[in-house]
Each structure stands twice: as structure tokens, then as C-alpha cells.
Design a protein around this ligand. Sequence first.
Ligand SMILES: [Zn+2]
Ligand SMILES: [Zn+2]
Length: 359
Amino acid sequence: MTITEQPGSTESSLANMDALVYDAPRVMTMHRIPVPVCGPRDVLVRVAYSGICGSELSGYLGQSSIRRPPLVFGHEVSGYIEAVGSDVDPVGACAIGTAVTVNPLVSCGDCAYCVTGRQQLCAKRLLLGASLPGCNAEFVRVPASAVLAVPVGLDIADASMVEPAAFAMRAVELSGVKPTSSALVIGAGAIGLFLLQVLGEWGVKTRYVAEKNPARLKMATDLGCIPVDPADSSVSAVLRGDTGGEGVDVAFDAVGSGSTRRECLMSLTVGGTLVLVGLHSDETELPLNTVVRSEIKITGAFAYSVANFRNGLDWLASGRLGLRSGVVVAPLSSGADWYQRLVDGDPAAKVLLRPGGVS
Ligand SMILES: [Zn+2]
Ligand SMILES: [Zn+2]
């Protein structure tokens, strides 16, 4: 298939590309599909790294209402500007060849949420790899307004991890945590690990972490956090024992199952705050009389604002955030295998897929 060039576009005459396509539950296959064509306000990014997000695993299993086959997954991306649409000035972050990362949550820019810096709540928001074709491919098309240049000194692989870092920044922002607070994070995947790092940057000294996977728990303890092995006994029982019965001020659930939400809640001190981040289960039971009697505050934390995303990039570039271990780089062609391995409990904190293979 030949791609028709846009009038006035600097679109190169690319034809087809490799893409990892979600064809059916648990079925992902490499296909040759047409390279996307830029609309007037779009840019085409040549993908360098595409991270697999924990939030995509339910989609891979066919349990996500927002990911329907056939679909190219992937929303955590870094790469290089390949082409721009006719209305886009090829300067700054949009200059051809610029190393960029992409805010994958595309919002309308006009609604009450967008104009007050809460773009993640925009009713018209679209997400790469869900409502838009994603970055598990050689190229991805995104609005020009979504790209940010990778700062000098930040590795292009690390630049693909802004999205989970920004998510963690939003969750901590909502928690009201103070340097004197104590905190618990359940789940030490990429978002959990970034949560622990952001808490540390906010000055929180006492950071507990609970994680079933020993390798991930080790990554968290390497950050100076206090490990709680959920296999030993209930997390809340351990926390209460460790805090003289008091519990912690803030608890983040980065898993989203019934038991992790409950354990977070039961680990809180009177007047504490529960921040729900994980989306594993839609409906779960919680002891709400405890919420009432202890005046517990509960908030959801969803994605990130544009400001969170920019700050996440800055904090990665300055070295305040970053995964120092647990990152696997794999060829895009092995992506199907990696989605399955992560579902099966592989301890990798982040798998970065690389179109064209790993050099
Ligand atoms: Zn993600
Ligand atoms: Zn909006």
C-alpha cells in the first residue's frame, strides 16, 4: 500500500512498517501495516523505545473495556521526529530528527478541566494504544502538541518512562503527604517504584513497601524503603506492629485488587489518606465503617496533568527519578512473549520494546 502525502507536508514516502498488533485475547502478532500519515497538526515519531505498561496487561487478557482488537498497544514512548504535518513548524521539539517523548493522553484543550490544568479528566481525552493506535510499532502518529524534546543528558531509553513517573507525581500530589508523614506503597512495579522515589523527594523518611515478588521488593529496599513481605502475614498487621499500633499517614495502592485496597486502608492511622492508583478490579469491598470512625480520606489518582508530565520529564533528566535496575530491553518482535511473561509474574519492573531489534 502506498501512503498519499499530505499537501505541504514534509511526510517522507514511507509505506509499511512493523507493528505488534493485539489480534485477540492473549494473541499479539507482528504485522506489516501502513505507516500512519500525519494530519495537518500531527507529527510522526520513529519509535526508539516502547514500554509495556502494567495497565495494558488486563487489555492483553481481553479484560479491558478500552482496548479492543485489532489494536496496536503502547503509550510509553521515546523516539525521533520523522515527519510533521502541514500546519506544524518543524522547529523546537518538532524539528526533524529531534529526540522526543510523548504525552500519550491527548485532551481537547478547551474544556473546564483542560483549562484548569486537569487534562487527565477531560471527557474527550484519547489515549495512545487504546483509543488511538499506539507505539508498539516502528512509527507512531501523535499531535504535535504532545511531544516534548528529550533534555540533553537524559538517555533516550529512560525518556520512554516519563508516563509512569508522571503518574506517580500526580498520586503523591493528591495525597497531601508531608515530610514528617509515614507512607506505605503496595505494589513495586514501575509506578510503585516511582511513587517511592517521589515520596523520598518530598522528604518522606519512613516509606514502607509491600510486594509479593522478591526481586521487585529488593529494588524497593535498594531505594531505602522498609520492606514488608505480604507472604509473612497481613501487611496491615506488620505495619501496626512496626508503628506501635498507630499505622501510617498515607497509603498508596498501586495494584488495585480487593486485598491490596483493604490492606492499605487497614494500615492507616486515624485521619490518614488512602490513595487508589491501581485499576485491577472494578468493584471491591472495603470496611467503610472504619473509614467513618477513623475519618479516613480516600482519593483516586488517575494519570497525570500536562504539568505532571513536564515535571516527570524534568525529574528524570535531573536524576531525581529513574529505574536503576529491573529494566529489560527487548526487540519488538519478542513483545508478544513479554506480555505473556509479565502476566505470568516476570519480575521486570519495565520492559522496553525496541522496533528493529536490540543493537
Ligand atoms: Zn503506562
Ligand atoms: Zn478537555
